[in-house]
Design a protein around this ligand. Structure first.
Ligand SMILES: [Zn+2]
Length: 141
């Protein structure tokens, strides 16, 4: 993002704030994909995981563990953790380049599954031998 003053995550919005830590905070996602959808956000504007300091990485993972447990213990039977890196998409209300981790409360055959993820079953396929060799080599093993 060219102008960080326009970044919705560079300023903590107290209306949505759940917990503020030293280098990261937790807030309700707005817009949200489902009830109880949370975001864990570093205070510093970074776009990629590799730009996080060790302290930020630790705090973000600790908050992820803490709030996944709260979601699972209080109101949902499942919880997805996601972090999207899609610099090829333009900025919008649904795409913010300030790194954030999504916590998505999940239930069996919930709205997200029925409207979207059900179609993943058609995309999943067996890995070919050529792909296996290519990606094992690409990732350096
Ligand atoms: Zn930002």
């Amino acid at each position: 993002m060219e102008n960080k003053s326009e970044c919705p995550f560079c300023q903590i919005n107290k209306l949505f704030l759940i917990k503020e830590g030293k280098s990261a905070f937790v807030q309700l996602s707005d817009p949200c994909l489902m009830n109880g959808h949370l975001l864990i956000i570093p205070k510093r504007h970074v776009e990629r995981l590799s730009e996080l300091t060790e302290e930020e990485r630790k705090e973000i993972l600790d908050l992820t563990v803490e709030f996944q447990d709260k979601i699972l213990g209080r109101f949902a039977s499942g919880c997805d953790v996601r972090q999207n890196c899609r610099p090829f998409l333009p900025q919008s209300k649904l795409k913010v380049d300030h790194l954030h981790v999504h916590l998505l409360p999940r239930e069996m055959e919930d709205e997200l599954y029925l409207k979207s993820m059900i179609f993943e079953n058609e995309i999943f396929r067996d890995l070919t031998e050529e792909e296996r060799v290519k990606f094992v080599k690409l990732f350096g093993l």
